[in-house]
Every structure is written in structure tokens, then in C-alpha cells.
Design a protein around this ligand. Sequence first.
Ligand code: NAD
Length: 483
Amino acid sequence: MPADSSRPLGAPELGAEQSNLARVFARQKAAFAAAPAPDKAERVRRLDALAGAMEKNEQRIIKAINDDFGNRSGVETILAELIMTASAIKQAKHNLSRWMRPRNVPTPLKLAPGKSRLEPQPLGVIGIIAPWNYPFQLALSPAATALAAGNRVMIKPSELTPHLSALMAEIIREAFPEDVLAVIVGGVDVGQAFAATPFDHLLFTGSTGVGQRVAEAAAKNLTPVTLELGGKSPVIVDQGADIASAARSIAHGKTFNAGQTCIAPDYVLAPKGQTEAIAEAVASATRKLYPEIDTTSDYTSIISDRHFARLKSMVEEARDAGAKIIEVGSSNALHPQRKIPLTIVIEPPANTRMMQEEIFGPVLPVLSVASADAAIEHVNKGERPLALYWFGKDNAARDKVLTRTISGGVTVNDTLWHFAQENLPFGGVGKSGMGAYHGDKGFETFSHMKPVFYQSRFSSGAMLHPPYTEKTSKLLNLIRKIA
Ligand code: NAD
């Protein structure tokens, strides 16, 4: 379906897809109202159905994503889509009893002997808008947690992954009644209608610009949002870091999915005098990862001609501005598969697009900074990043960076891995996002953690009712002392 960005937000024409969206939403709302508190056994059945659908269709999922990208490394799909989603499901099942249990909260003396609890409750119908870069995992891993929390879920995948989106719609339709889990396929106009739907919670994963529009549309319904956005995630290499080891991690983080990863290292800040050595070490590590970059299926393609052209023109702009470029592998004959070899750009000027925008591809600026403080200052001049990576051995220097910079998450002495630690909440801060999911935090994101106060039969509260007398004043004085 062609995108119609001229259609105002919140007022989509009711095309076939939008009316399907409205119909499924109404069905899910009604189904939730009829059965608002699925028990543990029901939630486990839903998680098992998701795991089963995934397992049964693994090869088709790998193929569909490969067809969407031109070439998507099968190992990357297994690791980042299938294993990550399976882990989210497994984790939800493993923790479900604990997650569903009410949490006791201490009750202050003045309210004793009453009792206080947080009682998790499903929110209702959850909307999930997913991007193209990990199209399966970023749709179904939050969906698994939302189902574990007892909700109904609707997913709007990206129009840039038509094969995977169609397949996901098919396998979810086979495994679930549409009033439990449904996939709504469509373009930007369906995305707009989706964001304007009065979900009980909306999780959006995508770019900061679109995230802002989604938040505006959701605000019209006061739908709470979790925004999983992007940004420029820096790598700080400290003086004294093991350069070869840092370079291997940076090369891997930047070339996994050809750099089309929200938490890919965006650029490197190198200690003065070590810029060339670090760039060379990253180049050499990358050659070891992909000795035959032209032909290997290990190296993923760029998702579309538009994204390919955008990355190429970023590099040309930096070259024209005088930056030194190291292309790690030949770009001959790569275009048919839209592969771009890792391209290291030394000292691109601050006003080039690659230093202004999220790169989201295998292009790696390396800049030198005069000191550890200058690195911190550089990071803090920009928007708050989604991820930050620090390499070094000096714990005091590390802690200074951790204390003085604010980023969504951090991996120390490697890249990407904090995302895979599913017991850590994952999310951005500032322009890189709001809210988080994964693990306990994910369950709470998709639940209403309802505070409940259980009054005791022996409550002293009634003594505070009017008419107010001398006794009330005495009681107030006592409460002041113990409060
Ligand atoms: P995008 O913002 O272009 O699109 C994301 C989704 O939003 C797609 O499904 C798209 O169809 C839909 N959409 C587009 N316009 C819309 C609108 N006006 N209203 C509602 N929905 C709309 O992002 P993308 O290009 O698919 O993904 C790349 C971006 O996502 C990068 O910035 C990357 O950093 C970010 N990202 C973030 C995370 C994270 O977890 N924080 C993960 C992956 C990607």
C-alpha cells in the first residue's frame, strides 16, 4: 500500500486495512472486557503457542528476512531474532509465578495494622509498532512479555520487510485467535492509524522523529507509550585500553547486521595519538571477521536502495570535506546485493551528516579527543545516546564516564551485550527513548501495578473523622511524631 503522509494524524481514511485495524481492536477490547484476568495456565498456553509457531516456521522466517534484506546472515537471524525471542518467552514462563504475585509494600506505623500491596493487573490491549532492522524479534519479544502480563496484543510491522510481515501475519493467524494476538500489515498510513488507536499501552520501536509523531498521536487518547528510539551511541576508548581486543568488539558491533542495529557503536572517540592505530586495528579485525566480504553470506545487505544511497552519500560528503576513508574490503560487485563494506572515516568534520545523524550502517567515524574529560564533554554535547561503550582498564576512569554521561544502557569492554542480558531493563533516555522493557521491567511496563491498601478492622482512622475535638488535636500531635 502506498504511503500517504499527507493524511493528518488521528484522522485516517477508513481504507480496508484501517477498518481491519479498527475491527480487530474492537474484538480485542471486547474479549479483554469479557476475560480481564487470564490465569497463569492460560498465559503459559499463549506463550507456548508463540514458541511453537516460531519453532515450526524457523526456516521460513530465516528465508523471509533474507528476502527482505537481499542478504541477511542466517546466523544473525538465528541469534538476534529466533534465539532472542525464544529467550524472552522462556524467561517469561520461568518468572511468571513471581511476576504475577502481589508485592508486599511496608506500611508506615501511622497506618498499622493495615497492609499494603502492589497487585499486578493486565492493562488490556497493547499496541506494538516494530521497525525493519530486527523485524521478528522487535515485534514478538515485547509481544511475549505483554502476553505474559495477561494482555491482548496487536502488532504493526514495518512496510520495509514485506516478506517477514506477511509471514508473521500468517503464522500468528494460525496459532492465535485474533482477539488474543494479531498482526496488522500496512504502510505508513496504517502506522498512523495504529498510533491513533486508543490502546491501553503502545510500544514503539523506531526512529526518534517518527517516535515523536507516534507519541503525539497517542497523547490524543492519553495512551501511555514506551518509545524505543535510536541515536548516536559512542565508543570511548580509554588511554591504556587493549586496542586489539577493543577493535575486535567494535568491529563486531558495527558489522553485525551491517551496522543496522539501534545500539551499534555509532562512532569512536580515541585518545589523542591513537586514532590511526585504533582505525587500523578495527580494519584488521573486520578483515578477519569477513575475509571474503564480496561473496560471503555472513555479511548482511543494506535494507533498501534508499538506505544504501544515504550511507554512500554520507561517506562521499566526509571524503569531500577532507576526511581520510578506509574501506575494509572492495565495493566492486557489491551493489547488486546492496552490501557496503565497513567504511572507517577518520576525523570527519562535526558538520558532516555522519556526525549529525544516527548512521545506522557500516560506517565508523573515528575521532581523537585530547583527554578522558574531553570524551565526556563530547558525549554530553550531543543528545543522550541509547548505548555507550567504554574500553579500558582504569576503573576510576570508567566510573567517571559512567557517572558523568547519561545513556540508555552501557556495555563495558565490549559492544551490544547489555541488550542480550534480558534481566537488565532495555530502553533509552532523552531523545533515545522513554520507558523500558525486558525482564521484570518488561512485565511491569505491560501491567498496571495497582496499589491496594487493606484497612484493618482495628484501624485508628475513624478517630480522625469529624467532629474535630480536643482528642483529635492530641491524635494529630501523636501522628506528627510518628509520621
Ligand atoms: P521508523 O521510525 O522509520 O519506522 C518504525 C515503524 O514505524 C515502522 O513500522 C513504520 O511503518 C512505522 N511508522 C512510520 N511512520 C509512522 C507514523 N507516522 N506513525 C506511526 N507509525 C509510523 O524506523 P525504522 O527505519 O523502521 O527503524 C530504524 C530506527 O529504529 C533507527 O533509528 C533505530 O535506532 C531505531 N531502533 C531502535 C531500537 C530500540 O530498541 N531502541 C531498536 C531497533 C531500531
